[in-house]
Write a protein that binds this ligand. Sequence first.
Ligand code: PEP
Ligand code: MN
Length: 464
Amino acid sequence: MVSNGTECGGQDEWSPSSWRSKPIKQVVTYDSQSALSAALAKLSSLPPIVTPTEIVKLKSSLKDAAMGKAFLLQGGDCAELFSYCSDDPIDSKIKLLLQMSLVLIWGSNKPVIRIGRMAGQFAKPRSSPTEMVDGKEIPNFRGDILNGFDPAARNPDPERLVSAYFHSATTLNYVRGQLASGIADLHNPLDWGLGHVRDKGLQERYKKIVHSISDSLRFMRTVGADTAGQLQTVDLFTSHEGLVLEYEQSLTRRLKHPAGSISYSSSTDGKGWYNTSAHFLWIGDRTRQIDGGHVEYFRGIENPIGIKVGPSMKSDELVKLLDIVNPTKEIGKVTLITRYGEGKVESMLGQHIEAVKAGGHVVVWQCDPMHGNTRSTPTGIKTRSFSSIFSELSSALKIHKEHRSFLGGMHLELTGDAVTECTGGSEGLEDEDLSLNYTTYCDPRLNEKQALELAFLVAGHYRE
Ligand code: PEP
Ligand code: MN
Protein backbone atom coordinates (compact mmCIF):
# COMPACT_ATOMS: atom_id res chain seq x y z
CA MET A 1 0.00 0.00 0.00
CA VAL A 2 1.35 3.42 -0.95
CA SER A 3 1.80 5.53 2.20
CA ASN A 4 0.34 8.76 0.85
CA GLY A 5 -3.00 7.25 -0.14
CA THR A 6 -6.23 8.92 0.95
CA GLU A 7 -9.14 7.97 3.18
CA CYS A 8 -12.40 7.97 1.24
CA GLY A 9 -15.64 8.14 3.21
CA GLY A 10 -14.63 5.60 5.83
CA GLN A 11 -13.64 3.00 3.24
CA ASP A 12 -10.26 1.33 3.18
CA GLU A 13 -7.24 3.39 2.32
CA TRP A 14 -7.02 4.15 -1.39
CA SER A 15 -3.85 4.31 -3.45
CA PRO A 16 -3.21 4.16 -7.20
CA SER A 17 -2.40 0.46 -6.69
CA SER A 18 -5.10 -0.54 -4.17
CA TRP A 19 -7.16 -2.05 -7.05
CA ARG A 20 -4.63 -4.89 -7.12
CA SER A 21 -6.08 -6.40 -3.93
CA LYS A 22 -9.58 -6.70 -5.50
CA PRO A 23 -11.04 -9.17 -7.97
CA ILE A 24 -10.33 -8.01 -11.54
CA LYS A 25 -12.32 -8.72 -14.68
CA GLN A 26 -10.75 -8.74 -18.16
CA VAL A 27 -7.36 -9.67 -16.66
CA VAL A 28 -4.34 -9.55 -18.94
CA THR A 29 -1.63 -12.19 -18.59
CA TYR A 30 1.80 -11.38 -19.99
CA ASP A 31 4.49 -13.94 -20.77
CA SER A 32 7.26 -11.83 -19.28
CA GLN A 33 6.86 -10.10 -15.92
CA SER A 34 10.18 -8.30 -16.34
CA ALA A 35 9.13 -6.85 -19.71
CA LEU A 36 5.86 -5.71 -18.09
CA SER A 37 7.73 -4.08 -15.18
CA ALA A 38 10.07 -2.30 -17.60
CA ALA A 39 7.12 -0.94 -19.61
CA LEU A 40 5.32 0.27 -16.49
CA ALA A 41 8.51 1.89 -15.14
CA LYS A 42 8.89 3.73 -18.43
CA LEU A 43 5.27 4.92 -18.32
CA SER A 44 5.69 6.13 -14.74
CA SER A 45 8.60 8.33 -15.80
CA LEU A 46 6.86 9.99 -18.75
CA PRO A 47 5.15 13.38 -18.38
CA PRO A 48 1.37 13.76 -18.01
CA ILE A 49 -0.59 13.74 -21.30
CA VAL A 50 -3.25 16.05 -19.82
CA THR A 51 -3.08 18.45 -16.88
CA PRO A 52 -5.14 19.08 -13.71
CA THR A 53 -6.16 22.52 -15.03
CA GLU A 54 -7.77 20.93 -18.12
CA ILE A 55 -9.31 18.09 -16.10
CA VAL A 56 -10.88 20.46 -13.60
CA LYS A 57 -12.13 22.71 -16.39
CA LEU A 58 -13.97 19.76 -17.91
CA LYS A 59 -15.33 18.70 -14.53
CA SER A 60 -16.74 22.13 -13.94
CA SER A 61 -18.41 22.17 -17.39
CA LEU A 62 -19.92 18.79 -16.62
CA LYS A 63 -21.49 20.28 -13.52
CA ASP A 64 -23.46 22.50 -15.91
CA ALA A 65 -24.52 19.44 -17.93
CA ALA A 66 -25.73 17.75 -14.73
CA MET A 67 -27.84 20.81 -13.94
CA GLY A 68 -29.36 20.92 -17.43
CA LYS A 69 -27.36 23.98 -18.49
CA ALA A 70 -25.02 22.32 -21.01
CA PHE A 71 -25.03 19.30 -23.32
CA LEU A 72 -22.26 16.71 -23.55
CA LEU A 73 -21.36 15.35 -26.97
CA GLN A 74 -18.95 12.42 -26.74
CA GLY A 75 -17.96 10.39 -29.75
CA GLY A 76 -15.30 8.47 -31.58
CA ASP A 77 -14.24 4.99 -32.57
CA CYS A 78 -15.19 1.89 -30.64
CA ALA A 79 -11.59 0.75 -30.87
CA GLU A 80 -9.06 3.39 -31.82
CA LEU A 81 -6.07 1.85 -33.62
CA PHE A 82 -2.49 3.07 -33.59
CA SER A 83 -2.81 3.45 -37.36
CA TYR A 84 -5.58 6.06 -36.91
CA CYS A 85 -2.91 8.36 -35.51
CA SER A 86 -2.59 10.20 -38.80
CA ASP A 87 -3.69 13.66 -39.94
CA ASP A 88 -6.71 12.84 -42.14
CA PRO A 89 -8.72 10.66 -39.73
CA ILE A 90 -8.01 13.04 -36.85
CA ASP A 91 -8.98 16.11 -38.91
CA SER A 92 -12.23 14.54 -40.06
CA LYS A 93 -13.17 13.54 -36.52
CA ILE A 94 -12.49 17.04 -35.15
CA LYS A 95 -14.56 18.61 -37.94
CA LEU A 96 -17.44 16.18 -37.46
CA LEU A 97 -17.60 16.74 -33.69
CA LEU A 98 -17.49 20.49 -34.30
CA GLN A 99 -20.33 20.42 -36.83
CA MET A 100 -22.46 18.15 -34.66
CA SER A 101 -21.89 20.43 -31.70
CA LEU A 102 -23.01 23.50 -33.67
CA VAL A 103 -26.23 21.74 -34.61
CA LEU A 104 -26.79 20.71 -30.99
CA ILE A 105 -26.13 24.23 -29.72
CA TRP A 106 -28.69 25.51 -32.21
CA GLY A 107 -31.21 22.87 -31.13
CA SER A 108 -30.77 22.85 -27.37
CA ASN A 109 -29.84 26.50 -26.82
CA LYS A 110 -27.11 25.28 -24.51
CA PRO A 111 -23.33 25.25 -24.68
CA VAL A 112 -22.01 21.90 -25.89
CA ILE A 113 -19.08 20.14 -24.22
CA ARG A 114 -17.08 18.06 -26.71
CA ILE A 115 -15.23 14.92 -25.68
CA GLY A 116 -13.56 12.64 -28.23
CA ARG A 117 -13.29 8.90 -27.69
CA MET A 118 -9.76 9.39 -28.93
CA ALA A 119 -6.09 9.83 -28.01
CA GLY A 120 -6.19 6.69 -25.86
CA GLN A 121 -9.28 4.56 -26.68
CA PHE A 122 -7.08 1.53 -27.36
CA ALA A 123 -8.39 -1.14 -24.94
CA LYS A 124 -11.45 -3.33 -25.54
CA PRO A 125 -13.30 -5.58 -23.09
CA ARG A 126 -14.34 -8.83 -24.76
CA SER A 127 -17.15 -11.21 -23.89
CA SER A 128 -14.96 -14.16 -24.79
CA PRO A 129 -11.17 -14.41 -24.35
CA THR A 130 -10.80 -16.42 -27.56
CA GLU A 131 -12.26 -16.70 -31.05
CA MET A 132 -12.08 -19.20 -33.89
CA VAL A 133 -10.03 -18.07 -36.89
CA ASP A 134 -9.56 -20.48 -39.80
CA GLY A 135 -10.58 -23.39 -37.58
CA LYS A 136 -8.08 -22.46 -34.85
CA GLU A 137 -8.92 -21.05 -31.42
CA ILE A 138 -6.79 -17.95 -30.82
CA PRO A 139 -6.88 -15.11 -28.23
CA ASN A 140 -9.40 -12.40 -29.13
CA PHE A 141 -8.22 -8.96 -30.28
CA ARG A 142 -8.28 -6.77 -27.14
CA GLY A 143 -7.22 -3.46 -28.64
CA ASP A 144 -3.87 -2.11 -29.83
CA ILE A 145 -2.74 -1.35 -26.26
CA LEU A 146 -2.66 -5.11 -25.54
CA ASN A 147 -2.33 -7.18 -28.70
CA GLY A 148 -2.56 -6.90 -32.49
CA PHE A 149 -5.51 -7.69 -34.75
CA ASP A 150 -3.28 -9.87 -36.94
CA PRO A 151 -3.81 -13.47 -35.73
CA ALA A 152 -0.02 -13.79 -35.39
CA ALA A 153 0.07 -10.86 -32.94
CA ARG A 154 -2.61 -11.92 -30.46
CA ASN A 155 -0.25 -12.55 -27.54
CA PRO A 156 -0.30 -9.49 -25.19
CA ASP A 157 2.91 -7.48 -25.56
CA PRO A 158 3.87 -5.03 -22.76
CA GLU A 159 5.69 -2.79 -25.25
CA ARG A 160 2.23 -1.87 -26.56
CA LEU A 161 1.46 -0.08 -23.26
CA VAL A 162 4.29 2.35 -23.98
CA SER A 163 3.27 2.62 -27.60
CA ALA A 164 -0.29 3.50 -26.50
CA TYR A 165 1.11 6.41 -24.48
CA PHE A 166 3.03 7.78 -27.46
CA HIS A 167 0.13 7.36 -29.87
CA SER A 168 -2.18 9.13 -27.39
CA ALA A 169 0.29 11.97 -26.88
CA THR A 170 0.88 12.35 -30.63
CA THR A 171 -2.84 12.37 -31.39
CA LEU A 172 -3.56 14.96 -28.72
CA ASN A 173 -0.58 17.05 -29.81
CA TYR A 174 -2.02 17.17 -33.32
CA VAL A 175 -5.52 17.98 -32.03
CA ARG A 176 -4.16 20.83 -29.93
CA GLY A 177 -2.10 22.11 -32.87
CA GLN A 178 -5.02 22.00 -35.28
CA LEU A 179 -7.37 23.73 -32.83
CA ALA A 180 -4.78 26.44 -32.19
CA SER A 181 -4.29 26.84 -35.95
CA GLY A 182 -7.94 27.43 -36.71
CA ILE A 183 -9.43 24.06 -37.75
CA ALA A 184 -12.45 25.02 -35.64
CA ASP A 185 -12.46 28.66 -36.74
CA LEU A 186 -16.07 29.53 -37.40
CA HIS A 187 -15.03 32.33 -39.73
CA ASN A 188 -14.35 29.58 -42.28
CA PRO A 189 -17.29 28.24 -44.25
CA LEU A 190 -18.36 24.72 -43.29
CA ASP A 191 -19.17 22.02 -45.80
CA TRP A 192 -22.50 20.54 -44.74
CA GLY A 193 -22.83 18.23 -47.80
CA LEU A 194 -26.54 17.41 -47.64
CA GLY A 195 -26.74 16.04 -51.19
CA HIS A 196 -27.13 12.45 -49.99
CA VAL A 197 -30.42 13.13 -48.18
CA ARG A 198 -32.91 11.40 -50.49
CA ASP A 199 -36.09 12.47 -48.73
CA LYS A 200 -36.87 15.97 -50.04
CA GLY A 201 -38.84 17.01 -46.93
CA LEU A 202 -35.99 15.96 -44.65
CA GLN A 203 -33.45 17.72 -46.87
CA GLU A 204 -35.48 20.93 -46.61
CA ARG A 205 -35.60 20.59 -42.80
CA TYR A 206 -31.83 20.10 -42.56
CA LYS A 207 -31.17 22.98 -44.98
CA LYS A 208 -33.27 25.28 -42.81
CA ILE A 209 -31.19 24.34 -39.77
CA VAL A 210 -27.95 24.98 -41.67
CA HIS A 211 -29.23 28.38 -42.88
CA SER A 212 -30.23 29.31 -39.40
CA ILE A 213 -26.78 28.35 -38.00
CA SER A 214 -24.99 30.18 -40.85
CA ASP A 215 -27.12 33.28 -40.30
CA SER A 216 -26.35 33.32 -36.58
CA LEU A 217 -22.62 33.01 -37.25
CA ARG A 218 -22.72 35.80 -39.84
CA PHE A 219 -24.58 38.04 -37.40
CA MET A 220 -22.06 37.38 -34.63
CA ARG A 221 -19.15 38.22 -36.93
CA THR A 222 -20.88 41.37 -38.16
CA VAL A 223 -21.57 42.76 -34.71
CA GLY A 224 -18.07 41.78 -33.58
CA ALA A 225 -19.37 39.33 -30.98
CA ASP A 226 -16.18 37.33 -31.40
CA THR A 227 -13.75 39.99 -30.27
CA ALA A 228 -12.49 37.74 -27.48
CA GLY A 229 -11.64 35.14 -30.12
CA GLN A 230 -14.42 32.71 -29.11
CA LEU A 231 -15.22 31.92 -32.72
CA GLN A 232 -11.66 30.97 -33.50
CA THR A 233 -11.31 27.80 -31.49
CA VAL A 234 -13.14 25.42 -29.19
CA ASP A 235 -12.31 22.95 -26.43
CA LEU A 236 -12.07 19.28 -27.29
CA PHE A 237 -11.40 16.92 -24.40
CA THR A 238 -10.20 13.30 -24.58
CA SER A 239 -11.58 10.11 -23.07
CA HIS A 240 -11.26 6.36 -23.06
CA GLU A 241 -12.46 3.32 -21.15
CA GLY A 242 -10.21 2.87 -18.11
CA LEU A 243 -9.82 -0.85 -18.65
CA VAL A 244 -6.11 -1.63 -18.38
CA LEU A 245 -5.46 -0.61 -14.80
CA GLU A 246 -1.69 -1.17 -14.95
CA TYR A 247 -1.55 1.54 -17.61
CA GLU A 248 -3.91 3.90 -15.77
CA GLN A 249 -2.03 3.47 -12.50
CA SER A 250 1.29 4.38 -14.14
CA LEU A 251 -0.17 7.66 -15.38
CA THR A 252 -1.88 8.53 -12.09
CA ARG A 253 0.06 11.31 -10.44
CA ARG A 254 -0.19 13.27 -7.22
CA LEU A 255 -0.47 16.83 -8.51
CA LYS A 256 -1.44 20.24 -7.24
CA HIS A 257 -5.07 21.23 -7.65
CA PRO A 258 -5.39 24.20 -10.01
CA ALA A 259 -5.50 27.55 -8.26
CA GLY A 260 -9.00 28.50 -7.18
CA SER A 261 -10.50 25.05 -7.69
CA ILE A 262 -12.54 23.35 -4.99
CA SER A 263 -11.36 19.88 -4.09
CA TYR A 264 -13.84 17.41 -2.71
CA SER A 265 -11.19 14.92 -1.60
CA SER A 266 -9.83 15.00 1.90
CA SER A 267 -6.31 16.13 0.99
CA THR A 268 -4.37 18.40 3.30
CA ASP A 269 -1.50 19.17 0.94
CA GLY A 270 -3.51 20.94 -1.80
CA LYS A 271 -2.91 17.97 -4.11
CA GLY A 272 -4.93 15.12 -5.51
CA TRP A 273 -4.52 11.98 -7.61
CA TYR A 274 -5.05 12.87 -11.24
CA ASN A 275 -5.23 10.32 -14.02
CA THR A 276 -3.14 12.14 -16.62
CA SER A 277 -3.81 9.74 -19.52
CA ALA A 278 -7.09 11.48 -20.50
CA HIS A 279 -9.44 14.15 -19.24
CA PHE A 280 -12.37 11.75 -18.77
CA LEU A 281 -12.36 8.00 -18.18
CA TRP A 282 -15.24 5.60 -17.96
CA ILE A 283 -15.88 2.18 -16.43
CA GLY A 284 -17.34 -0.29 -18.92
CA ASP A 285 -20.52 -2.26 -18.39
CA ARG A 286 -18.46 -5.45 -17.97
CA THR A 287 -16.13 -4.11 -15.26
CA ARG A 288 -18.42 -2.10 -12.97
CA GLN A 289 -18.69 -4.66 -10.12
CA ILE A 290 -19.03 -2.89 -6.77
CA ASP A 291 -16.28 -4.93 -5.10
CA GLY A 292 -14.06 -5.11 -8.20
CA GLY A 293 -10.68 -3.63 -9.06
CA HIS A 294 -11.99 -1.11 -11.57
CA VAL A 295 -14.43 0.56 -9.17
CA GLU A 296 -11.67 0.58 -6.55
CA TYR A 297 -9.29 2.39 -8.90
CA PHE A 298 -11.91 4.89 -10.10
CA ARG A 299 -13.02 5.94 -6.62
CA GLY A 300 -9.69 7.59 -5.91
CA ILE A 301 -9.06 9.81 -8.94
CA GLU A 302 -9.95 13.48 -9.32
CA ASN A 303 -11.06 13.23 -12.97
CA PRO A 304 -14.68 13.34 -14.02
CA ILE A 305 -15.68 9.74 -14.66
CA GLY A 306 -18.32 7.82 -16.57
CA ILE A 307 -20.08 4.57 -15.69
CA LYS A 308 -21.76 2.52 -18.38
CA VAL A 309 -25.20 1.43 -17.24
CA GLY A 310 -26.65 -1.56 -19.06
CA PRO A 311 -29.95 -3.42 -18.57
CA SER A 312 -28.55 -5.73 -15.90
CA MET A 313 -27.92 -2.81 -13.49
CA LYS A 314 -30.18 -2.91 -10.41
CA SER A 315 -31.34 0.42 -9.00
CA ASP A 316 -29.91 -0.17 -5.51
CA GLU A 317 -26.62 -1.32 -7.03
CA LEU A 318 -26.44 1.89 -9.06
CA VAL A 319 -26.86 4.06 -5.98
CA LYS A 320 -24.29 2.01 -4.04
CA LEU A 321 -21.87 2.47 -6.90
CA LEU A 322 -22.39 6.24 -6.86
CA ASP A 323 -21.88 6.32 -3.08
CA ILE A 324 -18.54 4.53 -3.55
CA VAL A 325 -17.11 6.57 -6.43
CA ASN A 326 -18.59 9.91 -5.32
CA PRO A 327 -19.10 9.87 -1.54
CA THR A 328 -19.12 13.68 -1.36
CA LYS A 329 -21.90 13.83 -3.99
CA GLU A 330 -19.98 16.30 -6.11
CA ILE A 331 -22.32 17.44 -8.89
CA GLY A 332 -21.14 16.47 -12.37
CA LYS A 333 -18.31 14.26 -11.11
CA VAL A 334 -20.11 11.20 -12.50
CA THR A 335 -21.68 10.74 -15.91
CA LEU A 336 -24.06 7.79 -16.12
CA ILE A 337 -23.84 6.47 -19.67
CA THR A 338 -27.06 4.53 -20.15
CA ARG A 339 -27.09 1.86 -22.88
CA TYR A 340 -30.14 -0.32 -22.47
CA GLY A 341 -31.28 -0.82 -26.07
CA GLU A 342 -34.40 0.60 -27.71
CA GLY A 343 -36.58 -2.20 -26.34
CA LYS A 344 -35.46 -1.84 -22.72
CA VAL A 345 -34.98 1.88 -22.20
CA GLU A 346 -38.67 2.40 -21.35
CA SER A 347 -38.64 -0.09 -18.50
CA MET A 348 -35.18 0.75 -17.11
CA LEU A 349 -34.38 4.45 -17.35
CA GLY A 350 -37.25 5.85 -15.27
CA GLN A 351 -36.50 3.66 -12.25
CA HIS A 352 -32.79 4.49 -12.45
CA ILE A 353 -33.54 8.23 -12.57
CA GLU A 354 -35.77 7.97 -9.50
CA ALA A 355 -33.27 5.83 -7.55
CA VAL A 356 -30.40 8.23 -8.24
CA LYS A 357 -32.56 11.20 -7.20
CA ALA A 358 -33.63 9.44 -4.01
CA GLY A 359 -29.96 8.66 -3.31
CA GLY A 360 -29.19 12.39 -3.38
CA HIS A 361 -26.85 12.28 -6.38
CA VAL A 362 -26.87 14.75 -9.26
CA VAL A 363 -25.24 13.14 -12.29
CA VAL A 364 -24.85 13.84 -15.98
CA TRP A 365 -27.30 11.50 -17.71
CA GLN A 366 -25.82 10.58 -21.04
CA CYS A 367 -27.46 8.25 -23.54
CA ASP A 368 -25.30 5.75 -25.42
CA PRO A 369 -27.80 4.53 -28.02
CA MET A 370 -25.23 2.27 -29.70
CA HIS A 371 -24.30 -0.59 -27.38
CA GLY A 372 -27.76 -1.91 -26.57
CA ASN A 373 -28.71 -1.96 -30.26
CA THR A 374 -26.11 -4.19 -31.85
CA ARG A 375 -27.42 -6.98 -34.06
CA SER A 376 -26.01 -9.47 -36.54
CA THR A 377 -27.18 -9.67 -40.14
CA PRO A 378 -28.21 -13.08 -41.50
CA THR A 379 -24.67 -13.35 -42.94
CA GLY A 380 -23.11 -12.62 -39.55
CA ILE A 381 -22.05 -8.96 -39.90
CA LYS A 382 -22.28 -6.95 -36.67
CA THR A 383 -24.34 -3.83 -37.29
CA ARG A 384 -26.73 -1.30 -35.74
CA SER A 385 -29.64 0.38 -37.40
CA PHE A 386 -29.96 4.14 -37.43
CA SER A 387 -33.64 3.94 -36.53
CA SER A 388 -32.96 1.89 -33.35
CA ILE A 389 -30.23 4.35 -32.36
CA PHE A 390 -32.51 7.34 -32.80
CA SER A 391 -35.38 5.51 -31.14
CA GLU A 392 -33.36 4.93 -27.93
CA LEU A 393 -32.27 8.57 -27.95
CA SER A 394 -35.83 9.85 -28.44
CA SER A 395 -37.11 7.61 -25.65
CA ALA A 396 -34.36 8.86 -23.34
CA LEU A 397 -35.28 12.49 -24.10
CA LYS A 398 -38.95 11.77 -23.41
CA ILE A 399 -38.39 9.75 -20.22
CA HIS A 400 -36.08 12.39 -18.72
CA LYS A 401 -38.73 15.00 -19.36
CA GLU A 402 -41.43 12.86 -17.74
CA HIS A 403 -39.22 12.45 -14.66
CA ARG A 404 -38.24 16.11 -14.48
CA SER A 405 -34.68 15.16 -15.25
CA PHE A 406 -32.37 16.25 -18.09
CA LEU A 407 -30.75 14.28 -20.83
CA GLY A 408 -27.28 15.76 -20.35
CA GLY A 409 -25.61 14.32 -23.39
CA MET A 410 -25.08 11.60 -25.96
CA HIS A 411 -22.29 9.07 -26.38
CA LEU A 412 -21.73 7.75 -29.89
CA GLU A 413 -19.44 5.47 -31.83
CA LEU A 414 -18.68 7.39 -34.98
CA THR A 415 -16.01 8.16 -37.51
CA GLY A 416 -15.47 11.06 -39.86
CA ASP A 417 -14.92 8.59 -42.69
CA ALA A 418 -17.45 7.26 -45.22
CA VAL A 419 -17.76 3.78 -43.74
CA THR A 420 -20.75 1.45 -44.16
CA GLU A 421 -21.11 -0.18 -40.75
CA CYS A 422 -24.55 0.92 -39.48
CA THR A 423 -27.67 0.57 -41.62
CA GLY A 424 -30.26 3.27 -42.31
CA GLY A 425 -29.99 7.04 -42.31
CA SER A 426 -30.62 9.25 -45.30
CA GLU A 427 -28.34 7.30 -47.61
CA GLY A 428 -30.63 4.34 -46.98
CA LEU A 429 -27.84 1.83 -46.27
CA GLU A 430 -29.15 -1.74 -46.19
CA ASP A 431 -27.66 -4.98 -44.86
CA GLU A 432 -26.38 -5.75 -48.38
CA ASP A 433 -24.43 -2.47 -48.49
CA LEU A 434 -22.45 -3.11 -45.31
CA SER A 435 -19.56 -4.85 -47.06
CA LEU A 436 -18.87 -1.78 -49.26
CA ASN A 437 -16.63 -0.11 -46.69
CA TYR A 438 -16.82 -2.00 -43.41
CA THR A 439 -13.53 -1.23 -41.67
CA THR A 440 -14.16 -1.30 -37.91
CA TYR A 441 -12.06 -3.67 -35.81
CA CYS A 442 -14.70 -3.78 -33.10
CA ASP A 443 -18.22 -2.29 -33.01
CA PRO A 444 -19.99 -0.66 -36.00
CA ARG A 445 -19.75 3.15 -36.12
CA LEU A 446 -21.99 5.84 -37.57
CA ASN A 447 -20.38 7.38 -40.63
CA GLU A 448 -20.06 11.15 -40.91
CA LYS A 449 -23.41 11.59 -42.68
CA GLN A 450 -25.30 9.39 -40.22
CA ALA A 451 -23.67 11.11 -37.23
CA LEU A 452 -24.53 14.58 -38.49
CA GLU A 453 -28.06 13.47 -39.28
CA LEU A 454 -28.48 12.18 -35.73
CA ALA A 455 -27.41 15.60 -34.46
CA PHE A 456 -30.04 17.24 -36.74
CA LEU A 457 -32.73 14.92 -35.43
CA VAL A 458 -31.84 15.44 -31.77
CA ALA A 459 -31.67 19.21 -32.34
CA GLY A 460 -35.08 19.08 -34.04
CA HIS A 461 -36.47 17.18 -31.05
CA TYR A 462 -35.44 20.04 -28.76
CA ARG A 463 -36.96 22.63 -31.04
CA GLU A 464 -40.35 20.86 -31.35
C1 PEP B 1 -17.72 0.59 -25.58
O1 PEP B 1 -18.07 1.74 -25.22
O2 PEP B 1 -17.08 0.37 -26.62
C2 PEP B 1 -18.14 -0.57 -24.74
C3 PEP B 1 -17.46 -1.71 -24.73
O3 PEP B 1 -19.26 -0.31 -24.09
P1 PEP B 1 -20.02 -1.10 -22.91
O4 PEP B 1 -19.06 -1.15 -21.75
O5 PEP B 1 -21.19 -0.22 -22.66
O6 PEP B 1 -20.40 -2.45 -23.44
MN1 MN C 1 -18.07 -0.31 -28.61
